[in-house]
Design a protein around this ligand. Structure first.
Ligand code: G
Ligand code: G
Ligand code: MN
Ligand code: NA
Length: 254
């Protein structure tokens, strides 16, 4: 359990950093925002993927402190970018289920946004479907609290959990992110194309913006444009980049 022992000391040893993946408007090709993605470099273990350490952080409860750091670092960075570019930069942060259900989530978000002077509407929280399936009443109250702060909400990895679009209608979310497994198979298999197409059209009816994740080819992008998907993320445009590289991307995007 070397990884758990190392993870416990990673915050105090300042081993975490954030990278940011651009989110692009499909219609005009412009950057509309970024997703903050956590990275961990440990002297013994090297670069450890969040796929490996987030579940451990969830299980041990370390995710609460790590998540607080992610939010703090994101708001600090947003303020710094805005100071340099003069325009607000939109950033989405991932919330794991345990974080989402943590007692003082709302005050901690309000406090962080307030201290850094971040316009609440520039911050978005990504929540996976699995965080929503239980405790529906509580989820509803939480989401309304977040919306009351002015912060936006999106459903991450959509299609991999159990929620239906009808069920999503009750939640005050602004954006839906189609899981990259469906995008990967676009153009390969008709079922995926049918699923993506129906998610996009139903989401439109619910007035939700749709983001396609994991777009890697021009062919996938062309199909998504055809289906009138709103935004995409993926290696085709850019991987997650450092905070400095974000500045360069924003300059080029002017
Ligand atoms: O960036 P990458 O593809 O390696 O991310 C893998 C997974 O880790 C994704 O599901 C992503 O949502 C999750 N992840 C990345 N950063 C964070 C974070 O700051 N908090 C949480 N809870 N999950 C994250
Ligand atoms: O679950 P979530 O959407 O938070 O996961 C984001 C993860 O997806 C990040 O770790 C990021 O590195 C990864 N990712 C982003 N774009 C692509 C892509 O085009 N292809 C693949 N395979 N992964 C991607
Ligand atoms: Mn995400
Ligand atoms: Na996702």
């Amino acid at each position: 359990l070397a990884i758990e022992a190392q993870l416990r000391r990673a915050l105090e040893r300042q081993e975490f950093r954030l990278e940011y993946q651009p989110k692009v408007n499909i219609a005009d090709g412009r950057i509309v925002g970024f997703e903050a993605l956590l990275r961990w470099a440990n002297p013994m273990l090297g670069e450890v993927s969040p796929v490996r350490f987030i579940p451990i952080a969830e299980r041990t409860g370390l995710i609460i402190a790590i998540g607080a750091w992610v939010l703090e670092e994101t708001c600090r960075q947003m303020r710094s970018w805005t100071a340099r570019t003069g325009v607000p930069v939109k950033v989405a942060v991932n919330l794991s289920p345990r974080q989402f259900h943590q007692k003082d989530l709302l005050p901690s978000i309000r406090d962080c946004v307030g201290r850094w002077g971040v316009p609440p509407g520039s911050l978005e929280l990504e929540i996976t479907e699995t965080a929503l399936v239980s405790r529906e009443q509580e989820v509803d109250v939480l989401m309304r609290g977040i919306r009351a702060l002015g912060v936006e909400l999106s459903i991450d990895d959509f299609g991999t959990g159990y929620s239906s679009l009808a069920y999503l209608k009750r939640f005050p979310v602004q954006r839906l992110k189609i899981d990259r497994t469906f995008i990967r198979d676009l153009g390969q298999d008709d079922d995926s194309a049918a699923i993506v197409h129906s998610v996009i059209s139903l989401a439109r009816n619910l007035k939700l913006a749709v983001v396609a994740e994991g777009v890697e080819t021009e062919e996938q992008l062309a199909m998504l444009r055809e289906m009138q998907c709103d935004e995409f993320q993926g290696f085709l445009f850019s991987r997650a980049v450092s905070a400095d590289q974000v500045m360069a991307l924003l300059e080029a995007n002017k």
